[in-house]
Design a protein around this ligand. Structure first.
Ligand SMILES: *Cc1c(COP(=O)(O)O)cnc(C)c1O
Length: 395
């Protein structure tokens, strides 16, 4: 194992070089350790490893070298001490909540969180006495006002899906810490290449590795990133006991995904900006949401807190659901799917898919109308993406 990580390296270098898991065979590309368990030299050594007196691998639910290499590489990219890889992004959120909260605790979250996250809080955690209040992510006053004596966690996605509102991470960290609570940021949309929440004062970072970290639509996985106490001890301890762990095979795929992350994120950003600028000139488009446009309400904040504007563009067509569906049905190349962070450009109607399960009032409060379309810009030539959408506009 090459343990040399220079924290001064840039994100792309860390993605390629951090935590290279080299075995005695001296392979250049990472080895894949597909094994459920590990052997010991003696009963005494087994006992020493089990009690933590001696370092070593025990069982792949909580110690696997390939999974560990992915964890160390992602932690290095986020500028963190610790990372625990999980079976999915949802498993990461569940593990964080179960490791850090108890019955009677309250959390404040942005109201347009990923749909499954809202369901997890409202339908699962509510049964165990953990309650949640939802607020407008960009309204710092609303976060402060929602704090209660038992508030233990603030949880935000920024940019948020699908309207790309930006929350001020530094200001939210101050609100959380003044209340004795922690701030967790779901960094799925930007990845550490474009945003490092821990450097802005956040305590925990959540990833769905399924999205940009893999970036090629192959595997489901996730991660919780943070300090040695909350993540290295609490979340790791939960993982060791409860087991929603990442498979070594998926970790190997994600490890290779991180090697191209810097390059891919730059390409996603560049194409998304071109698409947003083109959409704005189309008479059939009523409004475009992209933080890279100078008239985006948090454009200045995005410039300050991010190193790029991301690959997600949302827009409203003139004419409601019928017009939106017509446009989606007219595309020939772009994939109609709710996924994002793939090489393939995807197109989604949030009001009837990703946000279809939340109440009409909540949807309206979040500004997700029937005419809204979300495009996650992939890595095809931007001219071809625009030509495909133009076909939809003609329809
Ligand atoms: C996809 C997604 C998740 C959940 O991740 P899975 O890997 O699908 O479980 C969480 N947060 C955001 C912002 C996502 O886009």
């Amino acid at each position: 194992m090459n343990d040399e990580i220079d924290p001064a390296w840039g994100s792309a270098t860390l993605g390629v070089r951090a935590a290279e898991p080299r075995t005695g065979e001296r392979e250049h590309s990472a080895a894949l350790h597909l094994t459920s368990s590990f052997v010991f030299d003696s009963a005494a050594q087994a006992a020493a490893v089990f009690t933590g007196q001696e370092p070593g691998n025990i069982y792949s639910r909580f110690t696997n070298p390939t999974v560990h290499a992915f964890e160390r590489r992602l932690a290095a990219m986020e500028g963190a001490d610790s990372c625990v890889a999980t079976a999915s992004g949802m498993a990461a959120i569940m593990s964080m909540l179960l490791a850090l909260l108890k019955a009677g605790d309250h959390l404040v979250a942005s109201r347009t969180l990923f749909g499954s996250t809202i369901n997890l809080l409202n339908n699962v955690f509510s049964r165990f006495g953990v309650s949640a209040t939802y607020v407008d992510p960009a309204d710092i006053g609303a976060w402060s006002a929602a704090i209660r004596p038992n508030t233990k966690l603030l949880f935000v996605e920024t940019p948020n899906n699908p309207l790309t509102d930006i929350a001020d991470i530094r200001a939210l960290a101050d609100v959380a810490h003044a209340a004795g609570a922690l701030l967790a940021v779901d960094n799925c949309f930007l990845t550490p290449v474009l945003q490092k929440p821990l450097r802005l004062g956040a305590d925990l970072v959540i990833h769905s590795a399924t999205k940009y970290l893999d970036g090629q639509g192959r595997c489901v996985g996730g991660a919780v990133v943070g300090d040695a106490e909350h993540v290295g001890k609490d979340v790791f301890g939960f993982m060791r006991t409860a087991g929603p762990c990442m498979s070594p095979f998926n970790a190997w795929v994600f490890l290779k995904g991180l090697e191209t992350l810097g390059l891919r994120m730059r390409a996603h950003c560049e194409a998304a900006l071109k698409l947003a600028q083109w959409l704005r000139e189309q008479p059939a488009i009523a409004r475009v949401y992209y933080p890279g446009l100078p008239d985006h309400p948090q454009h200045e904040l995005a410039k300050r807190q991010q190193r790029g504007f991301g690959g997600i563009v949302a827009f409203e067509v003139k004419g409601g659901r019928e017009a939106a569906w017509k446009m989606i049905d007219a595309v020939k190349m772009i994939s109609i799917t709710a996924n994002l962070g793939d090489t393939r450009t995807t197109i989604t109607h949030p009001a009837s898919t990703t946000h279809g399960r939340i109440s009409a009032e909540a949807r309206q409060a979040a500004g997700i109308g029937e005419s809204l379309i979300r495009v996650a810009v992939g890595l095809e030539d931007i001219e071809d993406i625009i030509a495909d959408l133009a076909r939809g506009l003609d329809a």
